[in-house]
Design a protein around this ligand. Sequence first.
Ligand SMILES: Cc1cc2nc3c(=O)[nH]c(=O)nc-3n(C[C@H](O)[C@H](O)[C@H](O)COP(=O)(O)OP(=O)(O)OC[C@H]3O[C@@H](n4cnc5c(N)ncnc54)[C@H](O)[C@@H]3O)c2cc1C
Length: 397
Amino acid sequence: MTDREKTDSPISVVLGEDYPEIRAGVRAICAKYPGKYWRDLEDEDGYAEDFVNELSASGYLGALIPEEYGGSGLPIRAGGVILEEIHASGCSAGACHAQMYMMGTLLRHGSEEQKRRYLPKIATGDIRFQAFGVTEPTTGSDTTQLKTKAVRDGDYFIVNGQKLWTSRAHKSDLMMLLVRTTPIEDVKRRTDGLSVLLVDMKDAVGKGLTIRRLDTMINHQTNELFFDDLRVPAENLIGEAGQGFRYILDGMNAERILVAGESLGDARYFIERASKYAGERIVFGRPIGQNQGVQFPIARAYAEWKAADMITRAAAALFEAGAPCGEEANTAKLLASESAWHAGEACMQTFGGFAAAREYDIERKWRECRVAQIAPISTNLILAYIGQHVLGMPRSY
Ligand SMILES: Cc1cc2nc3c(=O)[nH]c(=O)nc-3n(C[C@H](O)[C@H](O)[C@H](O)COP(=O)(O)OP(=O)(O)OC[C@H]3O[C@@H](n4cnc5c(N)ncnc54)[C@H](O)[C@@H]3O)c2cc1C
């Protein structure tokens, strides 16, 4: 049965500016962090400490944590709205978004003791839960082939291997790490034998974990990690050993919906800036926006954003209703990331030479939004999901 057949029950979607108080609150914080703040961080390869601390203190980063663990217990749509407003304001949630994606794995599969130990402190910002170690240099998107292994030794797991692109690992107190605990040769299905460990970074760095910063085209604070006999307490295993791939997969729809929110915010940022500038900039005696060559790409980007916004709302509504939403969540991520890129292109072209001037922030946002087509999952893998799981075509891998 395809996802399409499973989603026949009526689900309602709210249109317009939902969560207006949250939007206004996030915008007010973002107004204190203008383009210069982000440009200076890029210059010094800095982490947005003040921004992240303020968002945590205001409760926005704990929005999805249930109230009993100190959060606001809001639905996934509220999380998407928070990330969207951050990006629409010209800021970047790259400094802190992982916490929202990863929360589901800890909430659904963590023990009560783990939840009580970590969630209230994550909600207040006392613990930063920002690092997610999945991708590896030699296996990339083929997650089940990952090589980092953890071997049980009494009350500990001994971890050896390497991760790549582990963003914010050096700024995080806690990392969610996917490792192989049963060799792939010994499992029936390649998805078996993987496990999720919570790594307390202060007990790990310099004691079996080495972090090397990566120099990238955007300030995403990303890293390469080397594990050399790192000892992780066995009590830090999430759920059952060997089930980790399923636990991570479980959180993927939430992740897709949340990152779609960021791209929707990027698209809004570009469309608002481009349409305003197109009306103001006079060349050849008239506003450049009067020329259809300038106007139409912005109008097209708006139409694409609108469609992406609708499917993202649908995906969130299905997710909240507990209905299957793989098709919608994947489509939302695909369309939102592409709409942001097309809006960015239109904005670059509209601003002409000024788009290249750093003080306009457009080139920064353009670089930042491009990554959404690659991470946390690339467009081809989303298309493969739709091709195989929605349309029933053969697997390519
Ligand atoms: C800025 C940044 C931050 C990141 N942060 C994190 C993080 O915090 N934690 C983490 O674990 N990872 C992180 N990543 C990694 C990211 O999730 C991966 O880059 C992404 O999943 C793609 O994997 P890869 O780079 O190994 O590409 P590959 O798997 O090598 O793929 C390369 C290209 O080939 C295509 N391809 C591969 N196989 C197929 C196929 N069967 N059919 C069609 N096309 C295919 C892919 O779509 C892609 O376009 C980050 C990456 C970036 C750039």
